[in-house]
Design a protein around this ligand. Sequence first.
Ligand SMILES: [Mg+2]
Length: 304
Amino acid sequence: MAPRHILDLSVEEQRSFIDSFDMVISDCDGVVWLLVGWIPGAGEAINALKNAGKSVKFVSNNSFRTDDQYMEKFDHIGAINVQHDDVVHPVKSIVRYLHKHKPGKRVYSLMSLEANETLRKHGIEYESLQIKEHLTSASLVNYLAIERTVDAVLFDIHLDMSYVELAKAIRHLQLNENCQLIAGGTDVIMPLAENLNVPGFYDFLQHVKRYTNRESISLGKPSPILGDMLKEIYNIQAPERCIFVGDMLVQDIQFGKSCGFQSLLVLSGSLTKEDMIAAPPEAQPDYYADSLADFIELFKNVQR
Ligand SMILES: [Mg+2]
């Protein structure tokens, strides 16, 4: 069945829609705010969902913000009572994975300074390179020397990523055949601001994989490992009583559906209604809305 706009449902249908879920898991960028900029009414809508007794959690593919920076953004939009544990993003999933599968192991980080800060806070021993000087082939050789091997290379969105960092990640993977390649945010496109979509980090990961003949373990959306992790973290027993809200077809809608959640696409990110209609069946949402703010209107309708 074609996705329906939540405000085109009859009042009776809007009531049963609201009654059909207990938990909302929402993407952040493009839904709750823009990477650069804000979405009117998003904070108020989150508060309205909570006031209606819904548990509201957030899952983002962006770890280039620390938890504190996430909290500042939730404060800015007036969303009340959002806790650190209410937000999952790749570096947090990576920390969880490392604690479980590689306790005490040393890793090489091809991630942002903010992500590295999160590693440090969680007691993960990591190596990283931040080189600002002009490189020559001789200095490159020095930087690529491996003193100690690592058990995993961590890859995520990293706006300062440089050639030497990538080359060293490849060296680490080549030198230790048991070294795992673990990836967080690997979106193809990053919607940066209105009318400004830039390439995501997908192709940089492909580069590492191609030169090392290695597959990566993905812990960002739409990875099924992340889906299982979310069910564990938030103790989700009945996935059909949970709705996933996002602005992307694959990372959000297809991911939510593969977890057994209901799905809602918002058009406040980079996609249009036409993009949604053109999507393959597995990425078609159950519902759509212009933005999260449509929930404010919907609650007014059902309370009448
Ligand atoms: Mg998004």
